[in-house]
Unconditional design. Structure first.
Length: 95
């Protein structure tokens, strides 16, 4: 592990295209700004670990316990498809 001392406004460069800037320090909290190419994902460690654990749990799930097909959304009749009630005149929509 590389340990560096940086002050607010100072930067660290990783590779050719990742730039980390110390935005501010307040007590035990450091604010970092990270510039990276659009295709690179950046996560806080606790989020990354939660996603990784969820992916591992999904991969380890018994396939027999999963539904065969995802549930289908219930379709609502389209208003234009509704039949006119007998005995009521058809009134055209005001456009």
């Amino acid at each position: 592990m590389l340990i560096l001392t940086r002050r607010p406004g100072e930067r660290v460069v990783i590779g050719e295209d990742i730039l980390i800037t110390v935005m501010g320090v307040s007590g035990h909290t450091v604010r970092l700004g990270i510039e990276a190419p659009e295709g690179i994902s950046i996560y806080r460690e606790e989020i990354w670990l939660a996603v990784k654990a969820e992916n591992q749990a999904a991969a380890a799930a018994d396939a027999a316990s999963l539904p065969a097909l995802p549930p289908q959304p219930q379709s609502q009749p389209h208003p234009e498809d509704a039949q006119a009630t007998p005995g009521t005149p058809d009134v055209p929509d005001a456009a």
